[in-house]
Design a protein around this ligand. Sequence first.
Ligand code: DAO
Ligand code: DAO
Length: 205
Amino acid sequence: SSSTVVESKTGVSFPSVLYDSKRLLGIGLRKKSLLGLKNIDVYAFGVYADDNDLKKFLSEKYGKLSNPEFKENKEFNEYLIENDICMTVRLQIVYSKLSIRSVRSAFEESVGSRLQKFGGSENKDLLQRFTSQFKDEYKIPRGSLIDLSRERGHVLCTKIDGKEVGSIQSQLLCQSILDLYIGEDPFDRQAKEDIEHNLASLLHQ
Ligand code: DAO
Ligand code: DAO
């Protein structure tokens, strides 16, 4: 299918199917407050999951639940975050003045706090491995596309504008990245709700 979904505030569009088999579950906006003075829109994002993995999972684990029960099931997002389901979070940069330095410090804060949450203290190496993929000479102007994909076996693969920049096998890292978008304290609460709603409606197809 060639249809797209548009993020209303930024006008950024996302294909409803990615890499042939990944279905768009929801879109949202990552904002950042600068010294508490103003909020900037950093990027729009789309969360995708592999259709076959989803169907398999939904029928095995949740096939017998009715929709309202499913919606109340808090375990569901945790399951999606933790398990070997192929997913992609696509980021489309909207802020035009991103420096690699500010990107690094932002994800030390965001990804770092999740590594801490899920992994306890031994995670400096992992954060270091993740950030060292992003070389100082990379440019990510407005319009850049970053795909963060969890591939089979908890391999986090990163592409910038379609070009693979690295991959790291780590369940902890995959889980920490996905938690930013569909976990307890997500960047965009509405996006997380939309994703839950879409998953619930998939049960009734
Ligand atoms: O110019 O100092 C500034 C503001 C920069 C905000 C950076 C937020 C970066 C968020 C992570 C982006 C990952 C692609
Ligand atoms: O928004 O705080 C956040 C987390 C973003 C995590 C992914 C960042 C990947 C950034 C690639 C930068 C390339 C120079």
